[in-house]
Design a protein around this ligand. Structure first.
Ligand code: GAL
Length: 680
């Protein structure tokens, strides 16, 4: 259920200030500040080397103060100033958050939760994803914006809405119920097919009429999981419909300007099927924020970058937002450590970003986000943050030439949002098994080995990768299974972790023994799951310990690599391999972490013949971007010790030549434009 691959992305170099340049920018909310400050803002933006700002994201109540009365002149003034200052504009349609008059007149536009409670206005993004009233009003504003600014010389990119689904990813109102039934009528040939897909013979849930079907509102027990899964698909599609309605108006009025909307490919947001959304973008853009309590937060940043690159089918993408320092939406919001902002920015570039955006220009004086960091802190320009911004601006200038180069990876990690929607529901063998945890742990282990990975949808052509990883890919449709098999038959090694290939796209178990869809390929058969209790560990006979999961596994054509050393499953294989058709198919039936996982990954990559681009200590991320302009080696030291790496060329962070050995401080990063003999 993915969209078609995107056509090649449209040219968005105006945002970056030139074809070869890396873009640097931020959200700019001038309406929060007196007019007199605007020219000073533009001056400071120039000093910092900004190439673009995103304008108008939350401006609807000022752009259309009363229904149908548009006041766009103030924004025109800002656009003129920015243009005069050489700053391009990523112009929002302004539709992210409706003005108070909309919900006052039309309370039915407010979203409803699973308990039937309608949200109140007063925050942001309070709109129902099926509301025809919201859609009409938003499209009208988008049209007014396009008509007024479509040929403004500062306009480089359209920014539709903002972070769709950030707060309103689902709505359970009667309008949504009706739209859901409509969606189902398109998804299934008839009611019997729907009954079969949802397994409604269970618990007397058989539907005799589509009119009986509701959104999965809160029931006395968990709702039908297949219905919940389809509802997630429906909500993602409904929001996509809203995006498309606005995008199509922009394309009609000003066909030459590329269009995007900013995704949230970060760890904690998985509510939209971005693979379907990505094919509708002229350029893929995303936002990323670190979560303070997350273990390995910067590895998660790298994962997010690789996922975003996968969504963009390998093409460069825009980091629309990240933070200069603290955010405001966690229980405790730590400041970024010295050097961390630069390291994070460089890491996004390493994973394929061609533009770096921040939220926001000036730290707000009032409102919910007044303690969120910005480029210009409350304390002004005599600050660590501002000096770091200036440093980043000069690095971005030196990176001229990087834009358009590509990351190439020999490992693919499969990622499917719908598999997560199916897995992360109640009534599973273990709630400790969460979609994405194993994928991210394996990605982090590869990163420590200096190995780059693409994070891609299983429907993508996988042939040609040296190693394909299906990490707890709980749901697999037939097309995914075919794709994985094709890659293996064409010579890719395969690594599968526990609880993969268990159900089809409707969350119906694949019978005959687990992991149903991948059983034959792996040459194993699992009879029964033996999930482990929280904190419980199981020792393997190779010295590793597993957590979270174990299972009663029989070897068919595979061989055991390690077995459980004690407990009820003593002697049962915990890791297996099958060598066939010139490829190795690994299976990991428990959850390994730390050095145990690193050892396992070392074995798998060695067998696949995957190597880091340069030798370095464990924990140093190494990525190469190459293209017509040359080859750039990104090094990010995730350890707290200095490390040495062999390099030849110009190191662009320090602006020094390096011939031989580069020393990277703990937490340091480097971008080496490699001399031609090193880049071949
Ligand atoms: C994003 C959003 C921005 C701002 C930022 C704060 O979710 O797009 O408008 O709220 O988070 O971290």
């Amino acid at each position: 259920m993915t969209g078609e691959p995107p056509a090649r992305q449209r040219d968005w170099s105006a945002l970056r200030g030139g074809r070869t340049r890396i873009g640097l920018g931020c959200d700019y909310n001038p309406e929060q500040w007196p007019r007199e400050l605007w020219p000073q803002d533009v001056d400071l933006m120039r000093q910092a080397g900004l190439t673009f700002v995103t304008l108008g994201v939350f401006s609807w109540s000022l752009l259309e103060p009363e229904p149908g009365r548009f006041d766009l002149d103030w924004l025109g003034e800002v656009m003129d100033l920015l243009h005069a200052g050489g700053i391009a504009v990523d112009l929002a349609t302004g539709t992210a958050s409706p003005p108070p008059w909309l919900s006052h007149r039309h309370p039915e536009t407010l979203p409803v939760d699973r308990d039937g409670r309608r949200a109140w206005p007063g925050g942001r993004q309070a709109w129902c994803l099926s509301s025809p009233v919201f859609r009409d009003r938003a499209v009208a504003l988008a049209e007014a914006m396009a008509t007024r600014f479509g040929d403004h010389p500062a306009l480089a990119l359209w920014h539709v809405g903002n972070e769709y689904g950030c707060h309103n990813a689902a709505c359970y109102c009667d309008t949504c119920a009706e739209s859901f039934r409509h969606w189902l009528a398109g998804a299934y040939p008839d009611l019997e097919a729907l009954n079969a897909a949802w397994g409604t013979a269970f618990w007397s849930q058989r539907y005799g009429d589509l009119a009986q079907v509701l959104p999965p509102r809160r029931a006395l027990t968990p709702s039908n999981p297949s219905q919940v899964l389809d509802y997630a698909r429906f909500c993602s599609d409904a929001l996509l419909g809203q995006f498309l309605a606005e995008r199509d108006v922009l394309r009609r009025v000003c066909p030459d300007v590329p269009v995007t909307t900013n995704f949230m490919t970060l760890n904690h947001f998985r509510d939209l099927d971005y693979h379907r959304w990505a094919s509708e973008q002229d350029v893929v853009s995303t936002d990323h924020y670190l979560v303070a309590t997350q273990v390995d937060a910067e590895a998660e940043l790298a994962f997010s970058g690789d996922l975003t690159r996968g969504l963009a089918r390998g093409e460069p993408w825009v980091l629309m937002e990240h933070s200069t320092s603290a955010v405001n939406w966690q229980p405790v919001n730590p400041a970024k450590q010295p050097g961390q902002m630069l390291r994070n920015a460089v890491s996004h570039l390493a994973h394929g970003a061609d533009a770096l955006g921040f939220f926001q220009w000036r730290a707000s004086q009032a409102g919910t986000e007044k303690y969120h960091s910005a480029l210009l802190p409350h304390a002004g320009t005599d600050t660590r943050i501002w000096r770091d911004v200036m440093r980043l601006g000069s690095l971005v200038e030196r990176l001229d030439g990087l834009a358009g180069t590509r990351v190439s990876a020999e490992v693919a990690i499969l990622w499917d949002y719908a598999a997560g929607w199916a897995l992360n529901q109640p009534s599973q063998p273990s709630e400790l098994v969460r979609y994405g945890d194993e994928a991210q742990a394996l990605h982090a282990a590869l990163l420590r080995h200096g190995i780059a990975a693409d994070v891609v949808h299983p429907h993508q052509d996988l042939t040609g990768y040296r190693l394909v990883i299906a990490a707890t890919l709980y749901a697999c449709d037939d097309r995914a299974v075919r794709g994985i098999s094709d890659a293996v038959r064409a010579g890719s090694d395969l690594l599968v972790t526990y609880y993969s290939g268990i159900v089809d796209e409707h969350d119906r178990v694949r019978l005959g023994g687990y992991p149903g869809a991948l059983r034959d390929l792996l040459g194993i058969r699992v009879e029964e799951f033996w999930p482990l209790l929280p904190g419980e560990r199981v020792l393997l006979d190779d010295g590793a310990t597993g957590g979270i999961w174990s299972e009663d596994l029989r070897l068919e054509q595979a061989a055991a690599v390690a077995r459980y050393a004690h407990g009820p499953l003593a002697g049962v294989p915990a890791t297996t391999r099958r060598d066939a058709d010139g490829a190795t198919r690994w299976y990991l039936a428990t959850s390994l972490r730390g050095e145990d996982l690193d050892r396992f990954v070392s074995m798998v990559i060695a067998q696949a013949g995957v190597e880091a681009p340069v030798d370095a200590a464990h924990g140093v991320e190494r990525v190469v971007r190459t293209g017509e302009s040359g080859s750039y080696l990104f090094l990010i030291n995730h350890t707290d010790r200095p490390v040495q790496v062999a390099a030849h060329g110009v190191e662009l962070v320090s602006a020094h030549r390096v011939d031989g050995t580069l020393t990277l401080a703990g937490g340091g990063c480097a971008v080496v434009r490699q001399s031609s003999n090193e880049s071949s």
